[in-house]
Every structure is written in C-alpha cells, then in structure tokens.
Design a protein around this ligand. Structure first.
Ligand code: F6P
Length: 341
C-alpha cells in the first residue's frame, strides 16, 4: 500500500515526531511505502511530493517544524481542487492519506472523506482547540515556552515597578493563556471566550501594586474588551477566511497606563511559541498519534481522527473533531480567577 502524508496549517512542535512514527511503523510492521506531500494541501493539488522513507525520517524526532513544509492552502476555495487531488492520487498510486493538522486542515480532510477519499486525520495545534481530543501535541511546548517567558517578565516588572502584559496565541480559544497564566502566576488572564472589562483589569493592576508586587497580565491574541472589537494586524484574510491577529497586548498596555498612570509594557510572544524542539510530553503524544494513525490506515478505518482520551489513543469520526471548536469552559476560567488581582 502507498500512503501519502501531509502537514497543513500553522506549524507546531511534534509534527516531525508524528511523521517519523507513521513511516517507521508503516515500513517495519506493514511493509507500506510513502509519499510526502509538500506544504499542506498544496502538495496533493499540485502533485508536489518528496521522498518519505526510513532514511528521510532519521534524526527528526526532536526537531521543531515539519520536514514536509506547511501552508494554509484550501482546495475547496480553488476551482476543480478536489478533482485535481483525486486525479493526482490516482496517477501517483496513493491508496490512502494521513493529514496532520488543525481545524482547517482536518475540515478539508472531513469533506474529502465525505467525497470517498480514504483519509485519516491527526490532530495538531498549539491552541489545543480541537474537539474530540483531550490534548493536541504542540500545546504543552507552547505553554512551557509562555510560562518561562512569564517567569522572566516577573523579575523585570518588579525591578521597574511596571505592568507587564504578555500576549500569547489563541485565536478562538484561550487554552495557552489559561495554562501559562496559571503556571506563571499571572495576576490576570484574558481569553477570547470571556470579553474583559477594562476597569476590572485596572483594578487587578492597582491591587497588585498595593501589595508591593508588579502585575503580569496574560492575554490571548483573540481576547476582546467587552465594549470594543477584536484587534487585528490588518484587513487581509487567509484562504480559510481568518484575519491576522495580534495587537491586543500593546492596546491593553497603553489602556492600562492611560487609566492607572502606571508604566506599562507589552511583550508579544508570537511565533516563538510555535518554534523549536517539542517537550517530552509532546514527543510522546505525537509519536503515539502517528503509531495509531498508521494502524487505522492498515485497518482501512478511514474518515477517522486519532485522539487522546485520558491516557488512551482512540479513533473518532473526523466530523466530531471539526464540527465545533473546543473552547475554555467558564468553570475552568473561574478557577483561575482566584488569583486575579
Ligand atoms: O495555529 C493557530 C495559531 O497558532 C493561532 O493561534 C494564530 O492566530 C495563528 O496560528 C497564527 O499563525 P500564522 O501567523 O502562521 O498565520
């Protein structure tokens, strides 16, 4: 059997660990051979491939990024896109595909599975916002990086008696902000799920200074003030219709300084959260997802996504993962609020 593999959407630490596990087990246990599709859905659309064998996956376990490359290409926004993919699969002799991605990449995989293409999905996103899996790989690495940044911001904030706002990723879901803010002891955490009240945030800032500590506010890029709009970089949209976020950190630091008179600065972590080597947790999760995905291909159990439930890797219908996003439940946010201010 010949299996295609692609990685789509924003990259994420652990992608290479999945690719390695898929290929190693696929070759040694099932005798499959592989086609690497380059740059997400662009690869199958344009029949742009690379060799994917045991030699090409040696040494990639600890490496961030993806050896296959990634893009946000959407075949459903291109005329005849699906027919081109089907034609290219036939001419390349591809029998099944493993698509490693987040909501957009797996959304395409779900629709292609409905068209009858044999696809298995592997969930990836640092945002941890995919439904039907307890965790996605990449999230633990992003939280670890953001937590270390918060630890560092505490000491400089205290030396200068400043407010430090840290902006982390999280377009629709505030998981990175919630976990890194909790782990780093932030004095306020702002997430997209709960519009924030600027007066309340300023109240946390004042009360933190009263106890002689400098406040750290951890804000997700998709958080928005209760009486304002989402802050975006510009008006452009990607192939899936997403605007470019970032800017809330600077906006918030300026607003806090304006209202409280306390000097405030913002640090925007940006793509640092997505780069570099995965944590041990993410390497293990990504490896287990890869092993399970190739088993699903062998079993012909198509239209499924591998998922973490507790400590088990299970298979769920792709549609369960992509129907709606997994956002932070209000009760989880309420837990963290014990430390605000
Ligand atoms: O992959 C999701 C994500 O991490 C979002 O939180 C963020 O908005 C987006 O990626 C930014 O990615 P890029 O700059 O690559 O478009």
């Amino acid at each position: 059997m010949r299996v295609g593999v692609l990685t789509g959407g924003g990259d994420c630490p652990g992608l290479n660990a999945v690719i390695r596990a898929v290929v190693r087990k696929g070759v040694s246990e099932y005798g499959f051979d592989f086609v690497g599709f380059k740059d997400g859905w662009r690869g199958p659309l344009e029949a742009d491939t690379m060799t994917l064998d045991v030699a090409s996956v040696r040494g990639i376990l600890p490496r961030g990024g993806t050896i296959l490359g990634s893009s946000r290409t959407n075949p459903f926004s291109i005329d005849g896109g699906v027919d081109r993919i089907e034609g290219n699969f036939a001419s390349l002799g591809v029998d099944a595909l493993i698509a490693i991605g987040g909501e957009d990449t797996l959304g395409v995989a779900t629709k292609l599975a409905d068209h009858g293409l044999p696809v298995i999905g592997v969930p990836k996103t640092i945002d941890n916002d995919l439904n039907a899996t307890d965790y996605t790989f990449g999230f633990d690495t992003a939280v670890t990086i953001a937590t270390e940044a918060i630890d560092r911001l505490h000491t400089t904030a205290e030396s200068h008696h400043r407010v430090l706002v840290i902006e982390v990723m999280g377009r629709h879901a505030g998981w990175i902000a919630l976990h890194s803010g909790m782990a780093g002891g932030a004095n306020g955490i702002l997430i997209p799920e709960v519009p924030f009240d600027l007066d309340e945030v300023c109240g946390w800032v004042e009360s933190r200074f009263q106890s002689s500590y400098a406040p750290i506010i951890c804000v997700a890029e998709g958080a928005l003030p209760s009486d304002g709009d989402l802050i975006t970089k510009d008006a452009s949209r990607d192939a899936f219709g997403h605007v470019k976020l970032s800017g809330i950190g600077d906006w918030l630091a300026a607003a806090i300084e304006d209202r409280t008179g306390k000097e405030s600065r913002a640090a925007v972590l940006g793509h640092i959260q997505r780069g570099g080597s995965p944590t041990a947790f993410d390497r293990v999760l990504a490896t287990r997802f890869g092993l399970s995905a190739i088993d699903a291909i062998h079993d012909g159990d198509h239209g499924k996504m591998v998922a973490l439930r507790g400590t088990d890797i299970v298979r769920v219908p792709l549609a369960d993962a992509t129907g709606e996003l997994k956002t932070v439940p209000l009760a989880r946010y309420a837990e963290a609020s014990a430390f605000f201010g």
